[in-house]
Structure formats: structure tokens, C-alpha cells
Design a protein around this ligand. Structure first.
Ligand SMILES: [Cu+2]
Length: 135
């Protein structure tokens, strides 16, 4: 794994393990259900954060390597299958610092038409006004 991401994931998992142990004690001591549910929900959120880190690592390392080695299609197929392990939206997956900008000015692939932010705006506006016309 990428060293920074590995450190981050390991630390979060350690905190989660401690949190789980305190939840186990809460159950043991017959603490009020709703209070335990709140703690379980916090652990679930922390685990989702670990999933995001793992996904980020996978995309930056394994997926990139596989593509360089001509294994692009199988690794993307595997990734599509792995989407069931991602209980969050694609935007959240990369974290707020890496959120996709609303308009991509320069696509990194060659399978789309030439476009400028201006002509994308124009297409959007035309579509919107069309939608508001009554038949
Ligand atoms: Cu990976």
C-alpha cells in the first residue's frame, strides 16, 4: 500500500477496534439500546472511511499498474464488481479534497467530442428551456 494511506488505515482500524471493545462492554452492562446503536453507527462511519482509503489506494496503485500492464479491462470489471463494497457515492469516495470539479474542461480520454465550458453551458441551457416548454 501507499505508505501514507497504509498509516492512515492502520490507525483508524486500531481506533475502531478500541471503539468496538467499548461497545461490547456497553452490551455487557445492559446500557440503553439507543445509546449503543449510536456507537455502532459511529463505528460504521469509521469503517466506511477505511473503505474510502482502501479504494483510493487501489485506484492509485493496483488499477494504475494493471492499466500500464495492459490489464485495464479485467481490473475495471473487478472494480465494477467491487462497487457493492462501496456504501457511499462516488463523490464521497475520494474525500472533500479530491471532489470532482463540476465541469471537466479537458477529458483525459479520446472518446468524447471537443468541448469548452461555454458550449457545455449552452447545451445545458437549451435542454433546460426545452424542458420548461408546454406541449
Ligand atoms: Cu488494490
Amino acid at each position: 500500500m501507499e505508505p501514507e494511506l497504509k498509516k492512515d488505515a492502520a490507525l483508524r482500524l486500531k481506533v475502531i477496534a478500541g471503539h468496538l471493545e467499548s461497545i461490547r462492554r456497553m452490551v455487557d452492562q445492559d446500557i440503553y439500546c439507543v445509546n449503543i446503536m449510536k456507537q455502532v453507527s459511529a463505528v460504521q462511519a469509521s469503517l466506511e472511511q477505511v473503505q474510502r482509503i482502501l479504494l483510493r489506494n487501489h485506484l492509485l496503485t493496483c488499477v494504475q499498474d494493471a492499466m500500464k500492464d495492459g490489464m485495464g479491462t479485467p481490473i475495471v470489471e473487478e472494480l465494477i464488481g467491487a462497487m457493492k463494497y462501496m456504501p457511499f457515492s462516488a463523490g464521497e469516495a475520494l474525500g472533500p479534497d479530491h471532489a470532482l470539479s463540476p465541469l471537466v474542461e479537458h477529458p483525459l480520454c479520446h472518446c468524447h467530442s471537443e468541448q469548452t465550458p461555454d458550449n457545455v453551458q449552452t447545451i445545458m441551457k437549451e435542454g433546460m428551456s426545452h424542458g420548461h416548454q408546454s406541449p
